[in-house]
Design a protein around this ligand. Structure first.
Ligand code: BGC
Length: 769
């Protein structure tokens, strides 16, 4: 036992007092700042007319960031009248300055505008799509990606970004699964926090900080049948346990604003849902920022069947919506609603106050042009450093799905056949939701290979197929962008050329998959295979008998059952961003050993969807043995996914020892230490994401079979072992019971640690209250 040391004890007491004093001072400072803000805003609002107050609630779109059928008109005139609170879609110091000057110098009260944009995975320098970024399991990198995006965005006059999207998604048909962090509430919460911190920095008044807008509140990822904008209907337990945590985590990280979602919740569209926007968001969770609608989501409440624009705008204000995006429901109806007593003055004032507070927190009243610095724009945007980072995060996002007989890494010699419609392509490298990124500045895979191995490797290229020959898919996927530049040859001619090329090579690298716009908003797919033209190409290539490496572009988990069986290796590159080709070549040739792990389950077939690792057991669980009747299974397919959540290979191999627990019987609020030894048993140095899951086999309600509660990314040299330990507390055992009380229940818990959700070692404890 340690001896009692008076010196140590005194030191501990002093440290405690110091930290209490600091906390007291910080909270006193916050209170003083708040009082100052309140006084400023109250004073300003005292001078505002009703029209000017309603004007602050109006967000208009300019530029080309249009995602609906309505666009804003008469912006300059409205601005002079004080009928606009903010603009989104504009960027570049000259563009932003022009509008800010109009607002500040041309309007009666000189109130600055807030300037927003969809900065989703980088601003000018584009990083992998968010689903790819989440596959890094590296919160430091994730946060840094947001910090860099904020620096680039502020350099172009922006102060508000419509990110992070924290919607949990368990349905790969839904195109927007690409914009989030996958299916897990715990991991999604960590990513949400990292992104908010990265965007908002230390203080929103800093020149490099932007205000985050957390979206889409709420449950948008639960759209029925994975069909975009569809109805969401789920139990409260599922909501609280599995879908809401990332939104709450974003608030805890200080997020300044929220965006309401397009869908219904409990039958009530989110944009007019008082339970959601006031009771949950503000009363239960203590959110203090402002809520903006999604693009015309307020007007769309009419289609949901709740009445005309006059009616639904009043509902929205009363529910707690503060700003109306594009549709001008507030602008055109609130005055009349006030006259008729359908809304009250305090409700308009409250919304106006929240918008003004956001501008105050951003420091815009003191310095409306704080981000308007043409020099900064030149220095901070698309630099060598931002590109270097883009290459690094892209490499870390790749997931090695298959690597039979160590096909990868490739030798830096010999001949490769580089095949596929995405192999020598710039337009598809950046992925979905890119507004300011320039595809022409991205690195193609062909260029990347040249950059990384020069002339040491002979590269023979053949396009092999178009991205798609399906005319419906082509028209709809490319509705907003230039259509695919189709090769005029017949599919067979292209395949024949690719096969001949492959025959002359040692190995085939086929760069195939989805075009950028086959995922993202309004891009649901009922068939999530690689498009048929490319699949035909792959089948012909496989027949050559040459090793076939697939480099996959995808904005969602795809059904890869055929590919998994017939390809020698599959490297999932998502949509890697600006540095796509360089990052892919680094990994193909072993300059970086891939370590990404998927954050959304890959199904075998679309019929398994929704499929996710943290499902319930059911009353008749299937044990995987064939021939059983009356079990929860399919006649024609296994229950198992093709690749489970958390899955990803490395060029090296890792072995896991058993899980060691420092106690097996515990009581009360104590800490359980779980350790495991991980060894690099292969030839390459590599990183491994060690994952901790917990199961609660007996509880007052049916629980998920397991839940992720922690992870550590470690680096091991060949032959090296590391002991990885996790401290588990009762906070990790808590769940929402049938009364929606968040607590833990005593009993048995199974601690599981492993390389993915489907491959863990376990040990059991009894934990009593
Ligand atoms: C999307 C949002 C986006 C907004 C503004 C909407 O259609 O759902 O994610 O932020 O448009 O561009």
């Amino acid at each position: 036992m340690n001896k009692f040391s008076p010196v140590k004890a005194a030191f501990a007491v002093v440290m405690l007092l110091v930290s209490m004093l600091c906390a007291y001072k910080a909270s006193a400072q916050t209170k003083a700042d708040e009082a100052k803000m309140n006084a400023f805003v109250s004073n300003l609002m005292g001078k505002m007319t009703l029209d000017e107050k309603i004007g602050q609630l109006n967000l208009v779109v300019m530029g080309n960031a249009v995602t609906g059928t309505v666009i804003s008109k008469g912006v300059e005139d409205k601005m002079k009248r004080g009928a606009i609170g903010g603009i989104f879609g504009l960027y570049g110091t000259a563009n932003v300055k022009k509008m800010q000057d109009l607002a500040v110098n041309g309007s009666r009260l000189h109130i600055p505008l807030i300037f927003g944009l969809d900065v989703i995975h980088g601003h000018r320098t584009i990083f992998p799509i968010p689903l790819g970024v989440s596959a890094t399991w590296d919160l430091g990198l994730i946060q840094q990606s947001a910090t860099i995006a904020a620096k680039e965005a502020t350099a172009e006059g922006l102060n508000w970004v419509f990110s992070p999207m924290v919607d949990i998604a368990r349905d790969a048909r839904w195109g927007r699964i690409s914009e989030g962090s996958g299916e897990d509430p715990w991991y999604g919460s960590q990513v949400a926090k990292a992104m908010v911190k990265g965007y908002q920095g230390k203080s929103l008044t800093d020149a490099d900080a932007v205000m985050a807008c957390v979206k889409h509140f709420a449950l948008y990822g639960g759209a029925e049948a994975g069909r975009e904008y569809n109805t969401v209907d789920m139990s409260l337990i599922k909501m609280y346990q599995d879908y809401l945590p990332p939104y709450k985590a974003a608030i805890d990280a200080g997020a300044g604003s929220f965006m309401s979602s397009f869908n219904t919740i409990n039958g009530m569209p989110a944009t007019v849902n008082k339970w959601l926007l006031t009771d949950l968001l503000r009363k239960q969770w203590g959110f203090k920022g402002f809520v903006v609608s999604d693009y015309t989501s307020l007007n769309e409440v009419t289609n949901h069947g709740l009445g005309d624009l006059q009616t639904v705008s009043a509902l929205a204000l009363k529910a707690g919506l503060d700003m109306d995006m594009v549709g001008e429901g507030f602008l055109s109806t609130l005055k009349k609603s006030l006259k008729e007593g359908k809304v009250i003055q305090q409700e308009i004032d409250l919304a106006c106050r929240r918008v003004l507070e956001a501008k105050y927190k951003l420091g815009l009243f003191k310095n409306p042009g704080k981000s308007l610095n043409a020099e900064k724009e030149k220095l901070d945007v698309f630099t060598d450093d931002t590109r270097k980072f883009a290459r690094q995060i892209a490499e870390h996002s790749f997931v090695l799905l298959k690597n039979q007989e160590q096909t990868l890494p490739l030798k830096k010699s010999g001949t490769i056949a580089l095949v596929g419609p995405l192999a020598d392509n710039h337009s598809e490298m950046l992925g979905t939701w890119v507004i300011a990124g320039d595809p022409n500045k991205s690195v193609s895979v062909a260029e990347g290979i040249k950059n990384v191995v020069g002339d040491n490797v002979k590269v023979l290229y053949a396009k092999g197929s178009n991205i798609t020959d399906d005319s419906l898919l082509s028209i709809r996927a490319f509705a907003l962008t230039a259509p695919e530049a189709k090769d005029k040859r017949s599919p067979q001619e292209m395949i024949d050329e690719a096969v001949e090329t492959a025959k002359k090579a040692d190995v085939i690298v086929a760069v195939v998959g989805e075009a950028a716009n086959m995922s993202g908003e309004s891009s649901s797919r009922a068939d999530i295979d690689i498009p048929a033209s490319q699949k035909d190409l792959l089948k012909a290539l496989a027949k050559t008998g040459k090793p076939l490496v697939i480099v996959l572009f995808n904005g969602r988990p795809l059904t890869l059952t055929w590919e998994d069986k017939h390809a020698s290796a599959i490297l999932d590159a998502w949509a890697p961003g600006t540095e796509a080709g360089n990052a892919i070549a680094d990994v193909l040739f072993g300059n970086y050993n891939p370590a990404g792990k998927i954050t959304a389950t890959f199904p075998r077939s679309v019929g398994q969807i929704p499929i996710y690792y943290n499902h319930k057991n059911t009353g008749r669980p299937f044990d995987g043995k064939g021939g059983a009747k009356f079990k929860s299974d399919y006649l024609d397919i296994s229950n198992d996914p093709l690749y489970p959540f958390g899955y990803g290979l490395s060029y090296t191999t890792f072995s896991y020892g058993g899980v060691q627990l420092d106690k097996t019987n515990l009581e009360g609020n104590t800490t359980l230490k779980a350790t495991v030894t991980v060894t690099n048993t292969g030839k390459y140095a590599g990183e491994e994401v060690v994952q901790l899951y917990i199961s609660d086999p007996v509880a007052s309600i049916s629980r998920s079979v397991k839940e992720l509660k922690g992870f550590q990314k470690i680096n091991l040299q060949p032959g090296e072992s590391k002991v990885v330990s996790f401290n588990i507390t009762t906070a990790d055992l808590k769940f929402y019971n049938d009364k929606l009380i968040y607590d833990w229940e005593p009993g048995q818990f199974i601690v599981q640690i492993g390389t993915n959700s489907g491959n863990t070692q376990s040990a059991s404890v009894q934990w009593l209250k």
